[in-house]
Ligand binder design. Structure first.
Ligand code: SAH
Ligand code: SF4
Length: 345
């Protein structure tokens, strides 16, 4: 049997493992702190543990710290993308975005993605496999360690890298719970945003998790005809079903939902779509993030022109739809939204 990766265990599981070794419960808490407070990368660094326990951990468990296969910096120095190697040789991309006040990690939940949105490079590569919770957490630790060494802190985490988090629900939730654990990494829940393509039943389930993590939904079209075309998931969970689930989420949590809208020239930046978006979201506690399309090799669409963006946003303003036009980041290194895929060239 493969050795368990310590990052895949939650605290109760770690306590249970140490229990079977006859170790007292507080040892698990100590290890947890070494992993998520002190961010060590090697059991040998856990100096408060007896040597025999360190030896047993080394022999019977693994502390999988992924190797960086490639690193790219954007020209403005604000965005950086690392290609990380996983144990089975698969690879994932993780992006660090530096703003004036914030440093955000954009992390992946799957190798590839099965949802197959037309405009997305991850979708274009198909699904390889789910990430384990440890593989999700480790991406955050990877960036946090490095910032730590520079006297800085990671302030935000967005689950907007490769994959659909709600098609890897259990591992994603386990990773979130590890990241927010008060005895360890203690990331503020409100500083985490999960983005989904709209897996309606999972949105309802997420509403019951009693979390304060932000929810973003990739909408991109406000009519079924267009959304079916851009995002095949809409044929499974159409707009009525999606908005039903979001309505329930809002009622239960009273937490603002963000809609993401990639602006594709001549496709979803029409006055009809702006009107449909306004009609669909009227009276809801939401915010729309408009993102000009980032080009990908497998899709011919282009980002909307300034004039079209202007016309689109004017309608949203007139209809009182709250929105932000987001800056495109890291485009020169293919680290923008939807440009991530597992490759080095
Ligand atoms: N699978 C999840 C999260 C990862 S994608 C989701 O789809 O929400 C993160 C965001 O990037 C989504 O809003 C997605 O629609 C957007 N995106 C995908 N391809 C893009 C592209 N080429 N340009 C800009 N944004 C893109
Ligand atoms: Fe998957 Fe999100 Fe890309 Fe769609 S946009 S293919 S859901 S990663």
């Amino acid at each position: 049997m493969a050795k368990p990766n310590l990052y895949d265990l939650d605290l109760p599981a770690l306590e249970a493992l140490l229990g079977t070794w006859g170790e007292p419960r507080y040892r698990a808490k100590q290890i947890w702190e070494w992993l998520y407070r002190h961010l060590v990368t090697d059991v040998a660094q856990m100096t408060s543990l007896p040597k025999v326990l360190r030896e047993r951990l080394t022999a019977e468990t693994e502390l999988y710290v992924p190797r960086v296969l490639a690193r790219q910096e954007s020209l403005d120095g604000e965005t950086r993308k690392d290609l990380l190697e996983l144990r089975d040789g698969q690879s994932i991309e993780v992006v660090l975005m530096r703003y004036i006040e914030r440093r955000s990690a954009c992390i992946s939940t799957q190798v590839g993605c099965a949802v197959g949105c037309q405009f997305c490079a991850t979708g274009q590569m198909g699904i390889k496999r789910n990430l384990t919770s440890g593989e999700i957490v480790t991406q955050v630790l990877h960036l946090a360690r490095e910032l730590d060494a520079q006297g800085q802190k990671l302030t935000n985490v967005v689950l907007m890298g490769m994959g659909e988090p709600f098609l890897n629900y259990n591992n994603t939730l386990a990773a979130l719970r590890t990241l927010i654990h008060p005895g360890g990494f203690e990331m503020g829940q409100r500083r985490i945003t999960l983005s989904t393509s709209g897996i309606a039943p999972a949105i309802r389930r997420f509403a019951d998790e009693d979390l304060q993590v932000n929810l973003a939904v990739s909408l991109h079209a406000a009519t079924d005809a267009l959304r079916n075309e851009l995002m095949p998931i809409n044929r499974k969970h159409n707009l009525n079903e999606l908005f039903g689930a979001i309505g329930d989420y809002l009622t239960k949590t009273n937490r603002r939902v963000t809609f993401e809208w990639v602006l594709i020239d001549g496709v979803n930046d029409t006055p009809e779509q702006a009107e449909a978006l306004a009609a669909r979201t009227a009276g809801m506690l939401i915010h729309v993030n408009l993102i000009p399309l980032n080009p990908t090799a497998g899709y011919a669409g282009q980002p909307s022109s300034e004039e079209r963006i202007e016309a689109f946003t004017q309608i949203l303003e007139r209809r009182h739809v709250p929105f932000t036009l987001r800056l495109r980041r890291g485009i020169d290194i293919q680290a923008g939204c939807g440009q991530l895929r597992a490759r080095t060239t």
